[in-house]
Design a protein around this ligand. Structure first.
Ligand code: TXA
Ligand code: MG
Length: 336
C-alpha cells in the first residue's frame, strides 16, 4: 500500500480520508493532544489493522473518537449524570471518559472489556473528519507500541511509514501530551491517566472533593498508558533533580559518555560530549514540546538523556507521569 501525507489538509483530503475509512483503511489525523491512528470503530477488520500497524497487543483497548453531540447510548449502555456534565464542560477537548460499553461495540475496540473509552477531540481537522465521517473513529496514538506519541505529521511518518493509507497534516498538536482519562464506571470517578485537564478541575465540576485513585484489584480496565514502560525513547533516560544536574553531567562525562540534557534552563555546561536542549519552563509550553524534543534527542548519538526533573506540584502531574514512564522504559546499560 502506498501512503500519502497531506500537507495543510483541506476539504479534498477530508473527503479522501472519509473514503479510506469507509473502505476499512487506516487514516492518521491530528488531535489537540497527539496524532491518532484512526479506523472505522464499527468495522472489526479495519480496527484489527490498527493493532497490526502499531504492534500493539490485542487486549489493549482503543479510544473511540466521536463528533460532538453524538448520543452516548450508541456507544455506552449506562450513562451516569457525571458523564453528561463532563461532556458539556470539557468536550470538545482532551478528556476521555470510560463508560460501560453498549453491546454494539466490537470486542476488538474494547480489548474484550466491558467498558469503552469515548472522547470528542477539539482539533479543527479532527472535528471536520469526524463530522464528515459521521460515526466513531477508533484511534490510539499513532506510534509503534510503547514508543513516544507523535505530535507532528512527520513523526507519524517516521513511526508508521506505509502502514497508514493517509496522514492528515494539521501541524504540531497544541497540547502535546495524551488526554486525561477518567473512569466513570465506579461509584466515585477515578483518574486513570493525568492530562492537561486536571483531576481537580474534573472533581470541581462534579462537586467532589477529589477523584479516586485507580484501584488495581484486577477487575479494573487495562490501560496500556499505565504500564510503567510507556512513552519511551530508545536512548536510556534519567530524571535528575535540578540541583544535582551539574554534578550528574560531570560524573557521566568522567565515565566517557555522550549525554543529552533536557532542561528548563539555558545551556550551562559547554562540552563537546554534551548536547543541551532548553525546554520552555511553563507547564503548557513544556508539554507542547516534550515529545518532539525527546524524539530529537533520541536521534542524536548519545549514551544517555538526562532530564532536569520539573517541580512535583499538581500542575506538573501529567508531564511528570510521562517522564517517569519514559525513564522506566529505558534500561541503562552503558555502565557495563
Ligand atoms: O489524547 C489521546 O487520548 C490520544 C488521541 C489520539 O486521542 N489517544 C491515545 O490513545 O492516547 P492510546 O490508545 O495511545 O491511549 C489510550 C489509553 C490506553 O492506555 C488504553 O488502554 C486506555 O486509553 N483505554 C482505552 N479504552 C479503555 C477502556 N475501556 N478502559 C480503560 N482504559 C482504556
Ligand atoms: Mg498511546
Amino acid at each position: 500500500m502506498s501512503s500519502q501525507q497531506s500537507r495543510g489538509a483541506g476539504s479534498v483530503d477530508i473527503e479522501r480520508a472519509v473514503a479510506l475509512l469507509r473502505a476499512g483503511e487506516l487514516v492518521a489525523f491530528p488531535t489537540e493532544t497527539v496524532y491518532g491512528l484512526g479506523a472505522d470503530a464499527a468495522n472489526a477488520a479495519a480496527v484489527a489493522k490498527i493493532f497490526a500497524a502499531k504492534g500493539r497487543p490485542a487486549d489493549h483497548p482503543l479510544i473511540v473518537h466521536l463528533p460532538l453531540h453524538t448520543p452516548f447510548d450508541i456507544w455506552a449502555r449506562e450513562v451516569p449524570a457525571a458523564a453528561a456534565l463532563l461532556a458539556e464542560v470539557f468536550w470538545p477537548g482532551p478528556l476521555t471518559m470510560i463508560l460501560k460499553r453498549s453491546p454494539r461495540v466490537s470486542d476488538l475496540v474494547t480489548g474484550g472489556q466491558d467498558t469503552v473509552g469515548l472522547r470528542v477531540p477539539a482539533h479543527p481537522l479532527a472535528r471536520e473528519l469526524l463530522v464528515a465521517f459521521g460515526s466513531g473513529i477508533a484511534a490510539p496514538s499513532a506510534n509503534r507500541f510503547g514508543r513516544i506519541s507523535p505530535t507532528t505529521a512527520a513523526h507519524v511518518r517516521q513511526e508508521l511509514g506505509d502502514r497508514v493509507a493517509l496522514i492528515l497534516d494539521g501541524g504540531p498538536c497544541p497540547v502535546g501530551i495524551e488526554s486525561t482519562i477518567v473512569d466513570l464506571t465506579r461509584p466515585v470517578p477515578a483518574l486513570l491517566r493525568p492530562g492537561a485537564i486536571t483531576a481537580q478541575e474534573i472533581a470541581d465540576v462534579l462537586g467532589l472533593p477529589r477523584l479516586m485513585q485507580p484501584v488495581d484489584d484486577g477487575t479494573g480496565p487495562r490501560v496500556s498508558g499505565s504500564l510503567p514502560s510507556h512513552y519511551a525513547p530508545h536512548t536510556p533516560l534519567r530524571l535528575v533533580a535540578a540541583a544535582d544536574l551539574p554534578e550528574e553531567i560531570a560524573s557521566r562525562l568522567d565515565q566517557g559518555l555522550h549525554v543529552a540534557v533536557l532542561a528548563r534552563q539555558a545551556r550551562r555546561v559547554f562540552h563537546n560530549r554534551v548536547t543541551w536542549q532548553a525546554i520552555v519552563p511553563d507547564v503548557a509550553g513544556y508539554a507542547h514540546d516534550l515529545y518532539a524534543h525527546l524524539r530529537a534527542l533520541d536521534a542524536v548519538e548519545v549514551n544517555l538523556i538526562l532530564v532536569e526533573a520539573p517541580p512535583q506540584s499538581d500542575e506538573w502531574l501529567a508531564v511528570n507521569d510521562r517522564l517517569g514512564r519514559a525513564a522506566a522504559g529505558t534500561a541503562e546499560d552503558e555502565e557495563t
